[in-house]
Design a protein around this ligand. Structure first.
Ligand SMILES: [Zn+2]
Length: 279
């Protein structure tokens, strides 16, 4: 191949996050923003410039960037999960943009193996391949339904009848912008759909449930579970009649390819799927 050097390279893949302490992108200190000069005197981060030692972006970018001869990279994920939420299943699609790489002869299979062996139990990447800039927009603008498993602490156990009546049903939720994101999102009410796919009662812990749910893109899941004092209605707590409910931990099980909504309210995955942007 005699392709001329490019100022940017784009690598696409999926990541799985097995830990609950890993942000998706560099977690800059909110006080000094990681600024090389200002961070030196910053009390918030004690000069580190960041609030966590690493991130999905850095763990991938350090290996990839070293091989490609650049320290500059941008991470584009198909959405993101909170720091404490695991990303399981087939992982979340992302594109890593390498800026001004010196070396274009990079063995992506080797990179993938290195990242995975270094981060076993924390981070895993799959299917690294070269892609084009256009995929960034597809991932950023796509609206993807998702599946989650929420570990839920409740006041009382739901009855079997209540559980049975809820499973498989799609219902509409009105969500006021949650207080935890109100500083960066417009305060308004959003209409979203949710389907409860499964409810498992913990055999040991009386007041613990594992609830598997599928949600429309842009649903605030933790709030959909708890209701956040009536700001998300109806909540899973209300529908299960369990008193108050708290989302103790959350896992993303699947990022679904564009989900088409049919008349009956069911869902069917549309084609093409992720990874089809191979050139
Ligand atoms: Zn700082």
């Amino acid at each position: 191949m005699n392709t001329p050097p490019k100022a940017k390279l784009f690598v696409e893949g999926r990541y799985l996050k097995h830990s609950r302490d890993l942000p998706q992108t560099v977690f800059f200190c909110p006080e000094c923003k990681g600024h090389p000069r200002r961070r030196r005197k910053c009390e918030k981060c004690e000069g580190f410039g960041k609030l966590t030692k690493d991130s999905v972006q850095e763990l991938i970018g350090w290996v990839l960037g070293k091989a490609a001869g650049t320290r500059k990279h941008k991470f584009h994920g198909a959405g993101r999960e909170d720091v404490d939420v695991r990303m399981l299943g087939e992982g979340r699609p992302f594109v890593m943009e390498l800026v001004d790489p010196r070396d274009h002869q990079v063995d992506l299979a080797e990179i993938e193996a290195t990242i995975n062996s270094r981060n076993e139990g924390r981070l895993e990447v799959r299917g690294l391949h070269w892609t084009q800039k256009g995929r960034v927009r597809f991932l950023k603008e796509g609206t993807f339904a998702k599946e989650y498993c929420a570990r839920v602490e409740v006041d009382r156990r739901p009855s079997e009848e209540t559980v049975a009546a809820l499973i498989g049903r799609r219902y509409e939720v009105a969500q006021q912008t949650p207080s935890r994101v109100a500083h960066r999102r417009a305060d308004k009410v959003r209409e979203r759909w949710i389907e409860v796919l499964d409810v498992q009662l913990d055999p040991e812990e009386e007041l613990l449930l594992d609830v598997t749910i599928r949600t429309q893109a842009g649903t605030y899941v933790k709030e959909a579970v708890s209701g956040e004092g009536g700001m998300s209605k109806p909540s899973i707590a209300e529908l299960l009649e369990v008193g108050s409910a708290k989302c103790a931990s959350l896992d993303v099980l699947a990022i679904l390819d564009d989900v088409e909504e049919d008349e009956a309210g069911g869902t069917a995955p549309a084609t093409p799927g992720f990874g089809s942007g191979l050139s």
